[in-house]
Design a protein around this ligand. Structure first.
Ligand SMILES: [Fe+2]
Ligand SMILES: [Fe+2]
Length: 317
């Protein structure tokens, strides 16, 4: 089965015949007339679209449909509250398509970003830090996850390659600080930056065509999991200095900048201050630019209100 149309190409009144999407939400509702229907959210690489499905169009074998599955849809596009939505006439589960077809992917070049980070890794001269970086990066499964994983579910960089892109952006944003403040511990800084979100590899997972939070992620969070991961690497390096370990942990633990943002300590070293600043720069800029991109075709000069950023954004006419 091949995909013939993407969500960004859908237009009002367009008809769809057995078109594949990922099912992101599937919620049973009851109308005022007492009829059952489903509110659904469909996705692919290019975006998301809401839809409605009346229960007579769902056979009983599909009652247990869950978010994350890939489905084929027949129906048509209608305008609802100023936005397109799909009226679904037929829905079936699809089992023969790769999930990557439906997940959004970074728009930056993954091999170039990887190359840039690898040259920064090669420049680390502290032998202890170099060893933990190598132990991590030379393990194929770690490297594969690191370059393919998202950095989040919704908030920022929530797509394939998002973690790599986030870390790469932070490294680019760090360069002026490293040039201006010559006494920074560059090896420690880079290592902290490289590992700051490594806990996301345990916190998140890609299941079916959806990015999900793991049980460990919900219970422990990526900051604690990152520290545990780095501890497991340090355990493999004889005589890893205790003070170096404390400083590296401090960079990871304080990277969210504030206690109310989930960090157990505030940044108390200059390297940690820069790390938390560029972390929030990369996250905010990603949210702002993606939010504008999504709404570029709407008539308004301003975007919808963005909850995390606490504002609408001006996108010009
Ligand atoms: Fe983080
Ligand atoms: Fe981060």
């Amino acid at each position: 089965m091949a995909k013939t149309v993407t969500i960004s190409e859908l237009r009002v009144d367009q008809r769809l015949q057995d078109e594949a999407f990922s099912l992101k939400e599937f919620e049973k509702k009851v109308s005022r007339q007492g009829k059952y229907y489903y509110n659904i959210l469909l996705g692919d690489k290019t975006g998301e679209i809401r839809g409605k499905l009346w229960s007579e169009n769902v056979d009983s074998s599909l009652e247990s449909l869950t978010a994350g599955e890939i489905v084929s849809i027949s129906g048509f596009i209608q305008e609802y509250a100023g936005k397109p939505q799909i009226i679904v006439e037929k829905i079936n589960i699809v089992t023969n398509m790769a999930p990557e077809e439906f997940l959004p992917v970074t728009s930056r070049d993954r091999s170039k970003m990887q190359e840039d980070l690898e040259s920064a890794m090669n420049a680390v001269s502290n032998p202890y830090l170099k060893q933990i970086i190598d132990l991590f990066w030379k393990t194929d499964s770690n490297r594969d996850s690191y370059v393919n994983f998202p950095a989040g579910m919704y908030v920022h960089h929530g797509y394939v390659g998002g973690l790599l892109e986030h870390v790469w952006e932070m490294w680019q944003l760090s360069q002026p600080f490293l040039n201006i403040y010559a006494n920074l511990d560059k090896d420690l800084y880079f290592t902290g930056l490289f590992f700051h979100d490594v806990g996301k590899l345990e916190e998140l997972n890609i299941v079916g065509a959806t990015i999900v939070m793991t049980t460990e992620g919900s219970l422990n969070g990526h900051i604690a999991q990152g520290v545990l991961k780095v501890q497991s690497l340090i355990d493999q390096v004889p005589d890893f200095p205790t003070d170096l370990k404390s400083k590296l942990f401090h960079l990871i633990l304080s990277h969210q900048g504030h206690l109310e943002y989930g960090s157990p300590v505030k940044p108390m070293m200059v390297e940690a201050m820069i790390l938390s600043m560029v972390d929030s720069n990369s996250a905010d800029m990603n949210q702002a630019t993606k939010h504008i991109e999504k709404q570029v075709d709407t008539e308004d000069d301003f975007t919808d209100y963005h909850k995390q950023l606490g504002r609408s954004l001006y996108k010009g006419s």
